[in-house]
Design a protein around this ligand. Structure first.
Ligand code: BES
Ligand code: ZN
Ligand code: ZN
Length: 486
């Protein structure tokens, strides 16, 4: 899809269709030209009205703010995609936040038009491919380059969010740890200042990453520790991103029931998120040194499986009692977090589809943020808000800490209570964070929104690319705050 800013009035642009946002049911705006027809069609300013005869589409949005316009743009696309409409024009509203909200419009079109059709024999193709934004005020010299830049940035962000969806939606037969490693290497080959190191099982053994290795034991696909590094010339901070990369989670010997196993190709969403984030950050040339650490393996079942009752000696030296082989993500992350701390980062964030409990607690739309630093968590939530992704902060406490104690080892991979499962998984990980990093670490459980069963918002069924946009918005705001610019 091509986006263009046109330096003229909307009436002077020739396009197949025109789209108009109706903001907060305000039907009085000068952009609205068909008000006399609304009554007949029962259009009151919310929902969508397509008027083929006047070649206009009206889409009601709640406000001229990020997620509302993102959603509005996706609705425009989806309402018009089955028409033979190739080009679309929109007059854009000028307001203080213009630059940002226009990026969200572009994101909405690109995210809303995503489709995973690799396995469909009949692939539909849609015509809508040219979007023109019009406003006379672009003749004001300063505004135009800034808006062009904002559109370019939105295109990069949407590209890597959709890239994440493609990887996660790919089937587990194809998307193995080796495939993930190959994708990471390809990104490094394509994007300047991005490098990739791939470590195999011999390396994992030499590093005593026995918790990670135990999860892999009965898989026919070898594990990989994938390390992508983005180093710009000037870096404000060194940031480590760690991702759970279970290319399939059958549960292992503590086998999942059939219904629960379905969708577990998406258990790699954390690792794919960090790969996509670093690729987007490098493409956007953000001023941070970023390390993406991805723990890639399957959790399968066989004669060589690790077992409930086993005790694993993790990379950190802490011992882990295995009580359930389906609580495998935290084992992989324990070793990867230990490894990532050796990079001595200023900030460390991990992303994982870690618990079903998080989905039960927060619903399908919201991810959890956990960690020991209240300010850091609140800052992430505030700075990432314009991304439209939803987060809730979950609080650790000392009663919960007691629940992951083990009789036989230093820590147990399941809690002794059936309640608070998202938090006890976070607390398990906290056991592998060294004192000097306690305040520099955040854990994100993205199990709810990572994989979508029924489409919502601008998300199709399947992977959503959860955390990619949120982290990029956060990093951009962090960069602005650090350099004191607006
Ligand atoms: N990958 C799952 C968590 C999950 C469940 C993600 C549903 C997305 C949707 C994870 O490895 C898991 O199975 N966790 C167990 C932990 C339990 C055994 C302590 C769970 O949540 O049931
Ligand atoms: Zn599991
Ligand atoms: Zn899992």
């Amino acid at each position: 899809m091509k986006f263009e800013l046109v330096n003229s009035d909307i009436s002077e642009i020739s396009a197949d269709f025109e789209a108009i946002f109706v903001v907060d049911k305000n039907l009085d705006h000068p952009f609205i030209k068909d008000a006399e027809k609304f009554d007949f069609y029962g259009f009151k300013g919310d929902g969508v009205l397509v008027l083929p005869e006047s070649r206009r589409i009206y889409v009601g949005i709640k406000a001229l703010e990020f997620d509302a316009v993102r959603l509005g743009a996706a609705k425009i696309y989806n309402s018009l995609k089955n028409y033979k409409v190739k080009s679309l024009k929109m007059a854009i509203y000028i307001c203080g936040c213009q630059k940002k909200s226009l990026s969200a419009v572009v994101e909405g079109f690109l995210l809303g038009s995503y489709e995973f059709n690799r396995y469909k024999s009949e692939k539909k193709s849609y015509d809508l491919s040219e979007i023109y934004f019009a406003n006379n005020e672009f003749s004001g010299k300063e505004l135009k380059p800034k808006i062009v830049e904002a559109i370019g940035e939105a295109e990069i962000l949407a590209k890597f969010t959709n890239f994440a969806k493609d990887c996660i939606n790919e089937i587990p037969e194809i998307y193995t740890p080796l495939k993930m490693a190959a994708d990471a290497q390809n990104l490094a080959n394509e994007i300047p200042n991005l490098t990739c190191e791939i470590y195999d099982e011999d390396y994992l053994k030499s590093e005593n990453m026995n918790a990670f290795l135990a999860v892999n034991r009965s898989s026919v696909h070898p594990p990989r520790l994938i390390h992508l590094v983005y180093k710009p010339e000037m870096a404000l901070q060194k940031i480590a991103l760690v991702g759970k990369g279970l290319t399939y989670d059958s549960g292992g010997l503590s086998l999942k029931p059939g219904d629960y196993m379905l969708t577990m190709k998406s258990d790699k969403s954390g690792a794919i998120a960090v790969m996509s984030i670093i690729a987007a950050a490098a493409s956007l040339k953000l001023p941070f040194e970023i390390h993406a650490v991805m723990g890639a393996t399957e959790n399968m079942i066989g004669g060589n499986s690790y077992k409930p009752d086993d005790v694993l000696i993790s990379r950190s030296g802490k011992t882990i009692e295995v009580r359930n082989t389906d609580a495998e993500g935290r084992l992989v992350l324990a070793d990867c977090l230990s490894w990532a701390q050796d990079l001595d980062p200023d900030l460390i964030m991990d992303f994982a589809t870690l618990t079903g409990a998080c989905v039960v607690g927060l619903g399908e739309y919201t991810s959890a943020i956990m960690g020991n630093n209240e300010e850091l968590k609140a800052d992430f939530k505030a700075k990432s808000k314009p991304s439209g992704e939803l987060f809730t902060i979950l609080e650790f406490n000392d009663y919960l800490r007691d629940l992951v104690k083990s009789q036989i080892a230093d820590v147990s991979n399941t809690a002794s209570s059936r309640y608070g499962g998202a938090l006890t998984a976070g607390i398990f990980l906290d056991n592998f964070i060294k004192d000097e990093f306690k305040d520099k670490w955040m854990h994100f459980d993205i199990a709810g929104p990572a994989y979508i069963e029924k489409p919502w918002g601008y998300n199709q069924a399947g992977a959503s690319g959860a955390a990619v946009r949120a982290v990029i918005y956060y990093l951009k705001e962090l960069a602005k705050a650090s350099c004191g610019c607006k």
